[in-house]
Design a protein around this ligand. Structure first.
Ligand code: MG
Length: 346
């Protein structure tokens, strides 16, 4: 085997000049000696996959509350689909696949239990306590503070390109193209798998979905190939992105419009479906009850977290509750008695 530096140089020669090179540009918060085998971003990927926050993704809602149907996406399988799509896009554009994979695998680590309803509940609660909650910022916090890789450094001590890549909406940071790829792969993944899950769960009808031009075209393609809607959607969106990306990662204007129409349709029919809404409201009640209860009666875990992270007590409560899986949050709400018995949903 060639020395690492030679292997990195060989691999860099295959990358587009627009790619982040394999040794990175921004470095880690705290410098470390390099591994002898793995490239720097491969190590970062391994730290993400081995984190407890990553394992907990399997118990967190994507759209459907976990544990009720084994065939729909959880936040873990969503994350894996995003990483797979993002890697394929990056390879086709000769961008840094390892970095794209890191950002994709880490992008939802800060997502609380019960999906966006959990996020709304935490945001509303934090606003009463002088803060706010946004899952991308929480993912950054997980990577840089809450998870531990070594006793001497807070967080996973990843390259800054990975940390900043999960902060999708920051206006102060110029994103790498790899971060943009991961972000667009997220949209490709959820638009296609939410159609799939919605149909499977019987909350979307194929007839209604076929009124949306992008879905209809994908449906026709799938039919002619003898495949399924999900793959055709991923294929259409990915190919459009690849055809229109160069110095920037962009979909064509017409694809942007088509995706917006599909997103609106999914919002109105699936995310606001009474069945999904009911679960979402239950999730919100659980999250709010846990936050209020733990602020009144912080347990040892929260006190230790508070001491370690050094923020306010509400922040420590928020970090603790945001890290929970759906099932653990439901159990905790019952065991602590924070959620009155008649409102217990789990
Ligand atoms: Mg996501």
């Amino acid at each position: 085997m060639l020395p690492l530096a030679d292997r990195i140089a060989q691999a860099n020669a295959l990358l587009s000049p627009l790619a982040v090179p394999h040794e990175g540009r921004l470095g880690r918060r705290v410098q470390e000696p390099e591994d002898t085998v793995r490239f720097p971003f491969q190590r970062d990927r391994d730290r993400i996959i081995h984190s407890t926050a990553f394992r907990r993704l399997q118990g967190k809602t994507q759209v459907f509350v976990t544990g009720e149907d084994d065939h729909v996406r959880t936040r873990l399988t969503h994350t894996m689909e995003v990483a797979q799509i993002a890697r394929d896009l990056a390879r086709a554009l000769r961008l840094n696949e390892d970095l794209v994979e890191c950002i994709a695998l880490a992008h939802d680590l800060g997502h609380p239990p019960f999906g966006h309803s959990g996020e709304d509940a935490l945001d509303a609660w934090m606003k009463q306590h002088g803060g706010h909650f946004e899952h991308n910022e929480q993912s950054f916090r997980v990577l840089t503070l809450l998870e531990k890789h070594a006793t001497s450094v807070p967080g996973l001590n990843l390259h800054r390109e990975v940390e900043e890549g999960v902060l999708k909406h920051s206006e102060t940071i110029r994103h790498s193209l790899e971060a943009d790829i991961a972000n667009h792969a997220d949209a490709i993944a959820y638009l296609s798998h939410d159609c799939d899950d919605g149909l499977h769960a019987g909350l979307l009808s194929m007839e209604a979905l076929m009124t949306i031009p992008l879905a209809r075209e994908a449906g026709e393609r799938a039919l002619s190939r003898g495949t399924f809607l999900r793959g055709a959607l991923i294929d259409m969106m990915s190919n459009d992105l690849l055809a229109h990306s160069g110095e920037h990662i962009v979909f064509s204007l017409s694809m942007q419009r088509s995706m917006a129409a599909l997103r609106t349709f999914l919002f109105d029919t699936l995310y606001l479906h009474p069945v999904v809404r009911r679960r979402a409201e239950e999730g919100k009640r659980i999250v709010t009850a846990l936050c209020e209860g733990f602020l009144r009666r912080p347990d040892d875990k929260i006190r230790a977290l508070h001491a370690r992270t050094g923020g306010t007590l509400p922040e420590a409560v928020k970090d603790y509750v945001a890290g929970m899986t759906d099932a653990f949050a439901g159990e905790q709400a019952m065991e602590t008695g924070f959620l009155p018995a008649k409102k217990r949903a789990y």
